[in-house]
Design a protein around this ligand. Structure first.
Ligand SMILES: [Zn+2]
Length: 317
């Protein structure tokens, strides 16, 4: 009897795990591969850094040691904010900002100060439209604080989570109301762009990160004073690329007959459209440089904010 019970328990657990894996496959902002790659490049940039403007050598050495010892953990944990979204309903609002709900570019209707924004629009509206840039600023501060306390566990969390949010901010479809092409009749473009296209480019070895060149770019940056302004700068920059992505999608679709565009799969009670290699090869031709640019900028900005937190950590002591 007990054996049968155990068998049922095992089968139940197995079914649960399979369902979990299927669900995770669906929910992948920047795709997990994109997130991890950007984090890896940011770590490599710092490991190759000999100096960074005003940061003392001993501090920089401390950071390099911490990142090299925990490289794999931080790369793995940078997707954690996506994993907890199903348990923590409030977490989802930290991953995006629908900035075009606040008038016209550069969206000055939205006060950059979060408190003032909430006074103006009410908490619910500001939350519904997303908190992403403020989250980046808050988590830079939290990282600085955890470094000042030498709290290894918190440091691991904040290095990884800050990576996630900086990466999301560089994905143009994380900063618009039309985040999944639902307003322009292009549903599914969000994951086609950030997950499938990135996988396609990696599979075909079309994304080559030149650490030396990127490191030189990083070295020209400085510690970030106004983090909120810095994060909004990323958002406004990302915003300019939305149309390139939507146009490439329309262009690819215009070249491929419908029967060759995608196949339909029913899985987990849901209908999925699996787009063809032909579609992704046209998308790659149009968007390869854009993807590379967004990913490398994300790495450099992330490394810059990590260094900022390191510099700021002395202010807490
Ligand atoms: Zn996210």
């Amino acid at each position: 009897m007990n054996k049968i019970k155990n068998l049922f328990r095992f089968l139940f657990l197995l079914a649960f795990l399979v369902l979990l894996i299927l669900r995770l496959e669906d929910a992948q902002p920047w795709g997990f591969e994109g997130h991890k790659k950007i984090t890896e490049v940011a770590i490599d940039l710092i490991l190759n850094l000999d100096k960074f403007n005003k940061i003392e050598q001993s501090k920089l050495d401390f950071l390099k040691k911490f990142l090299s010892e925990n490289k794999n953990i931080i790369i793995e944990r940078c997707i954690e904010p996506d994993m907890v979204r199903s348990e923590d309903k409030d977490e989802q609002y930290n991953h995006f900002i629908d900035i075009d709900r606040y008038g016209a570019y550069p969206f000055n209707e939205l006060p950059r100060d979060k408190k003032v924004a909430i006074e103006k629009f009410g908490f619910e509206t500001v939350q519904k439209n997303g908190f992403l840039p403020w989250r980046i600023s808050d988590f830079t501060d939290s990282l600085a604080y955890s470094i000042s306390k030498d709290d290894k566990e918190k440091m691991l969390k904040y290095f990884s989570w800050l990576a996630h949010y900086v990466e999301d901010a560089h994905q143009p479809l994380h900063v618009t109301e039309n985040y999944d092409g639902q307003l322009t009749n292009q549903p599914g473009i969000h994951s086609r762009f950030e997950t499938e296209l990135v996988k396609y480019l990696m599979r075909n070895d079309e994304l080559k990160f030149d650490i030396k060149r990127l490191k030189n770019e990083l070295q020209r940056n400085s510690i970030v004073g106004d983090r909120v302004n810095f994060a909004f700068g990323i958002v406004l920059e990302s915003y300019k690329f939305i149309n390139d992505i939507l146009n490439a999608d329309n262009y690819a679709k215009s070249l491929i007959p419908p029967e060759k565009l995608y196949r339909v799969e029913k899985r987990d009670g849901r209908t999925r459209y699996i787009y063809s290699e032909e579609y992704y090869s046209i998308m790659a031709g149009k968007l390869k440089d854009l993807v590379y640019d967004r990913m490398t900028r994300a790495s450099i900005r992330l490394a810059t904010l990590w260094l900022t937190a390191l510099a700021e950590s002395s202010n807490y002591k």
